[in-house]
Design a protein around this ligand. Sequence first.
Ligand SMILES: Cc1cc2nc3c(=O)[nH]c(=O)nc-3n(C[C@H](O)[C@H](O)[C@H](O)COP(=O)(O)OP(=O)(O)OC[C@H]3O[C@@H](n4cnc5c(N)ncnc54)[C@H](O)[C@@H]3O)c2cc1C
Length: 220
Amino acid sequence: MNVKLIGFTPNPERLPSMAAKLTHSKIKPEDLDKSSEKELQAILEHVINLGHTSVIEHTCFTFAISDVSRSLTHQLVRHRIASYAQQSQRYVDLKEPNYVTPPTIAKNRDMKKAYDETMKNIWNEYNKLLELGIPAEDSRFILPNATCTNIIVTMNARSLLNFFELRCCLHAQWEIRDLANKMLKELKKVAPTIFKKAGPSCKSKGFCSENKKDCPMYPK
Ligand SMILES: Cc1cc2nc3c(=O)[nH]c(=O)nc-3n(C[C@H](O)[C@H](O)[C@H](O)COP(=O)(O)OP(=O)(O)OC[C@H]3O[C@@H](n4cnc5c(N)ncnc54)[C@H](O)[C@@H]3O)c2cc1C
């Protein structure tokens, strides 16, 4: 899996702080930029702590994500407050086997062998269908959830906080959890105040929305 932050709103923390200041100020929005860094930083911390996170919708982040499974992207695109562009299985040549192997299978030599053989057979059949003139949009029906794909996603900061609550959680599936943790690591570098407490709800809110008491992270 490769995860790269390829773009974000300039002044990702200053901008939402200005928006927050606007709500309680007579200053015209075009003049808010003159506010000091210290003041804006304090305002941002205050609104984040209050949970008044609508202002951070003004800041967006774009990630390039490659070599993940279709199983992962199917879960990712359920997050509706986002924009996506995904590699097409209709227009892109997928003739070479390219798939994700779950660690539970990779660690067992016999299982891994059987898994790789199954994938090889699937791709052989896929290529046969293409050679018989079946269009790629139909041949792809036999490709597995494990098939590698590439996707670009843009989310605003508020939506990302929701994404991390759900997907950094130990109850989230391992591959999307891995993605969420990698995205969060990148975001902490460029927007440390917004994402200071980001993570599963046990970390961000101090309670477990899954209410699964067997979890090692379950809040005391
Ligand atoms: C551990 C786990 C297991 C899951 N298992 C399943 C499963 O078995 N089956 C399944 O189908 N899904 C499953 N999901 C997906 C889950 O139900 C959500 O679809 C997904 O996590 C997206 O979350 P979201 O709706 O909060 O995000 P977004 O779509 O980004 O929405 C963000 C927030 O905006 C608001 N919102 C967005 N759209 C609407 C709307 N139409 N009406 C009202 N409010 C809205 C909500 O407050 C929402 O939380 C699972 C998710 C997790 C984390």
